[in-house]
Design a protein around this ligand. Sequence first.
Ligand code: BGP
Length: 479
Amino acid sequence: MQHHNPGAFPEGFLWGASTSAYQIEGAWNADGKGPSVIDHARFSDNVTDFTVCSDHYHRFKEDIALLAEMGLKTYRFSIAWSRLYPDGDGELNPAGVAFYQQLIDEICRHGIEPLVTLYHFDLPWALQQTGGWSNRRTVAAFERFAVTCFEHYGKQVKYWLTINEQNMMILKGEVIGTLAEGTEDVQRSLYQQNHHMMLAQARAMIACHQRLPDAKIGPAPNISCVYAASSRPEDVLAADNFSAIRNWLYLDLAVHGRYNAVVWAFLQQRGWLPEIEAGDMETIAAGKPDFIAFNYYASATVSADLPDAARGELNSKQKADQQMAGIDSTVYVGCNNPHLPQNQFGWYIDPVGFRITAREIYARYALPLIVTENGLGAFDTLEAGNKVHDDYRIAYLRDHLRQLRLAIADGVALFGYCPWSAIDLVSTHQGISKRYGFIYVNRDEHDLKDLARYRKKSFFWYQQLIASNGATLDDAVSY
Ligand code: BGP
């Protein structure tokens, strides 16, 4: 649909940016913090130094001042569970509580709205050793951790996110490290973990509403539209299959409190159904989100099964997507999309898909939406005068925001946009060289240099955009 004018961003729109604890803080074992699953995985793969990350733990005041200078209305960050509870579920660590209190004080002092992710991939290692999310005990441990956060920070924090990208943890569980090594029945175990996370999320949402009646809480999955490679009905069905497995399973449970029928049948036929105890579905149904947060980077394109020769060569990202959760080719087959450019890492760049995704989510669930991740990972170069000319990032963000503005014009209730990432941090898979931030952090993979902060060109662009509430989106970039 074309609109007569491009529309505008609503008054009070939450212009923000995002980070996560394990990618930005460093200080992985400082002041009583326990190790997390990420600490273990990253130390063994040795791609980058994960002990210091962007050293935000020691430089958060400088970082928050820079984010305030950029004009952020909200800042999304996560609380490291094992900083508060070093072994996940035992003694509370006062130094961990104090760190986040200081961080939140600093954010609020600058007039920025804190947006807190309770859990962003970094399950305490001690819980992992007793089965992690495969063990129901972790559900109660998460609820306890969430309640601790509500009690300590609830006076200042109005917006909460439960679990970051639960769908990616299930679909790519082996990569993110939620399963114990040597797990035999991988898929069944992952969907059991999913059920436990759903329960944990519901219990956290219920606890939040009981304790903080003015707060708002929601899930934060990675959602993207799925295209059929052609108008062949079988291809359209394959896209519907993948969308149900990738997207709607998670949001149908979070919002409607029920398993998606197509996914349930898929799990049943493969013997992967989770064990559901009495009362579980009632709990899941009782946990109601106030909004939906979603992360969007790229769309996916699929077809029904085809002979290898007809599929063409898949790029690396499509190959990885095809392996998601061991889904076989009777369900869908990942395809290339000849209509879309790719970034340096093989991810499709699809701003129109962003608009489609926002519309689909809103049409299905009719809850307010906020984008909690979207951005471009790239190999930035620090040039003379400590400048970073990241015009490619500006172009990516501008094109996506134009489509978001159209989604708002289409009627989608969207109240904020938090691109990834506020400042440079260590990528989940590719080290610090794959940068996303508005602020450059001067370090390499293993050479930590001076960790100085430099404002990139995109910093000034975003600053101007926020100051105008998005009105400068179509202006030429002139600095
Ligand atoms: C999301 C995660 C983030 C971040 C981002 C970019 O899945 O929530 O933590 O890492 O992806 O991914 P990557 O760092 O692999 O480029």
